[in-house]
Structures are given as structure tokens and as C-alpha cells.
Design a protein around this ligand. Structure first.
Ligand code: PGA
Length: 262
């Protein structure tokens, strides 16, 4: 269904790696990975290291993402960094990651404002959605996905939707070592596309890129990457080591014959 689209592999470093570690990592990863047109590799380091990595990175090889940003463009918001300030430094921005929703109490309203701020500033938002263990055990998974999609995409037009990436990240799977089974992820990705179809039509549902994230490892990556409903992965823990991350990226290339270049 979606095999002709570019795969996306995102490494979310969370609050790990200082400036020197980040620079060494980038150098190491660039030695391990060839540039290919069929996979977009995106690194999401801490905000602190984004500016210096943006000077070091070869954008033909990797793109950068912010893990978070504030939705207003500027003003008296102590401690915040805006999408306007990140413009030109990052190409993508994570929005509504479960750690932001649940540890920092971000609401759907914040998230919808951030999606709009990203688009306004030419940053592609990666909207993260997913149910908690409690919601799952209550059979609410699809209702939660629907609510978070409607909430996060409120005020986003069909044209703007082409900039949005959706990451399905069940909260119970993120950072727990308990990854969701591929069949479960496949059903959730179908439900996400069904909701996008309802909101924006069937062409949008086919073309939107849907990723999975939650305790993906080198061993489990290929099973997700072979799902026709999925366009890639959002990796936390397994992205912290350049070698393991490069192995996952190579699995995304596998089977593709397009565009290898050094
Ligand atoms: P994890 O994190 O791979 O460590 O579960 C995923 C994420 O934060 O998106």
C-alpha cells in the first residue's frame, strides 16, 4: 500500500549525550551510513546541541529534529525555545511525545498549537499519539488515537497535512522494553489511516507517513519495517549507540534498489 514512499527512521536521544558526545556520534554515524534516497534518517538530539550539529551535519545524509519547542514565536516565556528560533536549524520537530504529554502535562490544545507553529515555521511536525496501558486494558485504544488525531490536527488544512508525520507510540511500550507486536501496530496504523481518511480523504490517508515507536531494537526493527501500513520507526534507547542505530537504518534500506550514493 505505501511501499513506494520514503522510509523515515528517527533517533530520539531524549536527555542524553552532551555536545561532545553528540558531535562524535554524528561523525561515527556518518561513517557507518551511506546516503540513499529511499530512507530519511533524522536525529533528535537535545536542544542544547542542535545548533552545533546543524553546522556539522550533511543534510543529504541526515536531517535534524527538535524534541520539543514552544508554540508562540517569541516573547516572555522563560526557559522556552520557539519553532521560529529553530527554523533553519531543524527540518522536523517531535510534537506530543508521550513523555511530554504525561510527565510535562501537555494538553491536546498545546499540541495542536505546536503542530501549527511547526508548519508556520517550515518544520515538519512528527505528531506522536498512543494509548496508556490503562486505556489499552479498557479497550479504548482506537478512541484515544482518534481523539489525539482530531485534537492534534485541529485547524490543519489538507495542504498542511502533507507536512505532517504521525508516530504511533503506545505509552506502555515507550522505554519499557515491552514492544507492541507487529500485528497490533499494523491494526493501529490502519485505524490511524482510517481516521485520516475520515478527516482528509483517501488520498491523504494513503500518502501520510505513519511510524511506530516503542522499545524497537535491532532484532525487532525488520518486522515493523516490512508492514505495508508503516513508513518507518521512531527509536529511543536503541538510537543512543551509533552502531545499533546504523544497523536499524540498514534494515530500512533492505530490499530497496533505489538511489544508493556515497
Ligand atoms: P524507546 O523510545 O525506543 O526507548 O522505547 C521511543 C521513543 O521515545 O519514541
Amino acid at each position: 500500500m505505501t511501499n513506494d514512499k520514503k522510509k523515515i527512521i528517527i533517533g530520539n536521544w531524549k536527555m542524553n549525550l552532551n555536545m561532545q558526545d553528540a558531535s562524535l556520534y554524528l561523525q561515527r554515524l556518518s561513517e557507518l551510513i551511506k546516503i540513499r534516497r529511499d530512507v530519511e534518517v533524522i536525529l533528535a538530539p537535545t536542544t542544547l546541541t542542535l545548533q552545533s550539529l546543524s553546522l556539522q551535519v550533511n543534510l543529504r545524509q541526515f536531517k535534524l529534529a527538535s524534541q520539543n519547542f514552544y508554540w508562540r514565536d517569541h516573547g516572555s516565556y522563560t526557559g522556552e525555545v520557539s519553532a521560529t528560533q529553530l527554523r533553519g536549524i531543524v527540518q522536523y520537530g517531535l510534537v506530543g511525545h508521550s513523555e511530554r504529554r504525561h510527565i510535562f502535562c501537555e494538553s491536546d490544545k498545546d499540541i495542536c498549537n505546536k503542530v501549527a507553529a511547526a508548519i508556520r515555521n517550515h518544520i515538519r511536525p512528527v505528531l506522536c499519539i498512543g494509548e496508556t496501558a490503562w486505556e489499552r486494558s479498557n479497550g479504548e485504544t482506537y478512541d484515544i488515537l482518534q481523539d489525539q488525531l482530531i485534537g492534534g490536527l485541529a485547524n490543519i488544512t489538507s495542504d498542511e497535512l502533507s507536512q505532517v508525520v504521525i508516530a504511533y507510540e503506545p505509552v506502555w511500550a515507550v522505554g519499557t522494553g515491552q514492544n507492541a507486536l507487529p500485528t497490533y501496530v499494523s491494526a493501529a496504523a490502519k485505524a490511524i489511516r482510517g481516521q485520516i481518511e475520515h478527516l482528509y480523504g483517501s488520498a491523504a490517508a494513503k500518502s501520510i507517513q505513519v511510524l511506530y515507536g516503542g522499545s524497537v531494537t535491532i532484532d525487532s526493527a525488520a518486522d515493523y519495517l516490512s508492514l505495508p501500513e508503516l513508513d518507518g520507526l521512531l527509536i529511543g534507547g536503541a538510537s543512543l549507540n551509533a552502531h545499533s542505530f546504523s544497523e536499524i537504518i540498514k534494515k530500512a534500506h533492505k530490499g530497496s534498489s533505489t538511489g544508493e550514493k556515497d
